[in-house]
Ligand binder design. Structure first.
Ligand SMILES: CCCCCCCCCCCCCCCC(=O)SCCNC(=O)CCNC(=O)[C@H](O)C(C)(C)COP(=O)(O)OP(=O)(O)OC[C@H]1O[C@@H](n2cnc3c(N)ncnc32)[C@H](O)[C@@H]1OP(=O)(O)O
Length: 193
């Protein structure tokens, strides 16, 4: 009898600690600034990165953008994410051999499980100091874990306020695109010739 009471008390204590752990995991860190999610990468554009035009191969830039954006998304969620989509990947200027490229990413909008990240790639002729905007993109990452409460995002600089202000419109467009892409997938054959 005493043992049963002891076990029941032990169970209650274990339940209490389990609740604390779950509550801690689900805890909303109310808000993070864009700066707190910022990821910055710099590269020198070398021979292995070039395309036939001797400028940076677009696929290489996409890999760097994906990594950089993923780091920003994980800085917000502190949880594993997958890349769900890349939209508005605009190649504005070729990145020249021998130039530096600096990629900056930060979270520009937060949904339930989705995180939108804005990235920009700035080219720089290191000898003259001339800089140019080579690429801008918006990517969406989705947190793998379900039920996690994500912090909201707080823009601070003029650029961040401008970028974040377009989030709701971009999200609405994306929702339409997701529906279209689900319809498209239904009509795609899995046969390999
Ligand atoms: C152990 C870990 C340690 C971590 C260590 C740190 C590492 C730090 C570096 C990380 C760097 C990673 C960067 C590379 C990461 C890859 O390389 S991942 C590989 C490529 N990607 C994939 O394989 C993804 C494959 N697709 C999927 O898994 C699923 O389709 C998805 C995207 C998760 C969506 O799943 P689903 O069940 O259909 O999701 P659903 O419930 O319908 O929607 C959930 C949310 O996703 C959104 N969504 C769904 N589809 C889309 C879409 N196509 N476009 C936009 N949004 C979408 C929905 O709108 C919804 O948004 P919320 O309303 O929640 O805000």
């Amino acid at each position: 009898m005493k043992f049963a009471i002891f076990m029941r008390k032990l169970l209650k204590i274990a339940e209490f600690f389990a609740m604390i752990i779950v509550a801690k995991r689900m805890e909303v860190t109310d808000m993070l600034t864009c700066k707190e999610t910022k990821a910055v990468q710099s590269h020198i554009i070398m021979y292995p990165h070039l395309n036939a035009h001797r400028t940076l191969f677009g696929g290489q830039l996409m890999q760097w953008l994906d990594e950089s954006g993923g780091i920003s998304a994980v800085r917000l969620s502190r949880s594993g994410v997958v890349t769900a989509s890349i939209d508005h990947l605009d190649f504005l200027h070729p990145l020249e051999h021998g130039h530096a490229v600096c990629i900056e990413s930060y979270v520009s909008g937060v949904g339930h499980r989705s995180i939108e990240v804005f990235s920009k790639a700035i080219g720089e002729n290191l000898i003259t100091g001339e800089r140019y905007l080579a690429n801008t993109s918006f990517m969406t990452f989705v947190v793998k874990e379900k039920g996690l409460a994500l912090p909201a995002i707080q823009p601070e600089t003029e650029e961040e306020v401008y970028i974040c202000s377009g989030y709701n419109e971009r999200r609405a467009k994306r929702e339409t695109q997701i529906k279209q892409s689900i319809d498209l997938a239904k009509n795609i054959s899995l046969k390999l010739k």
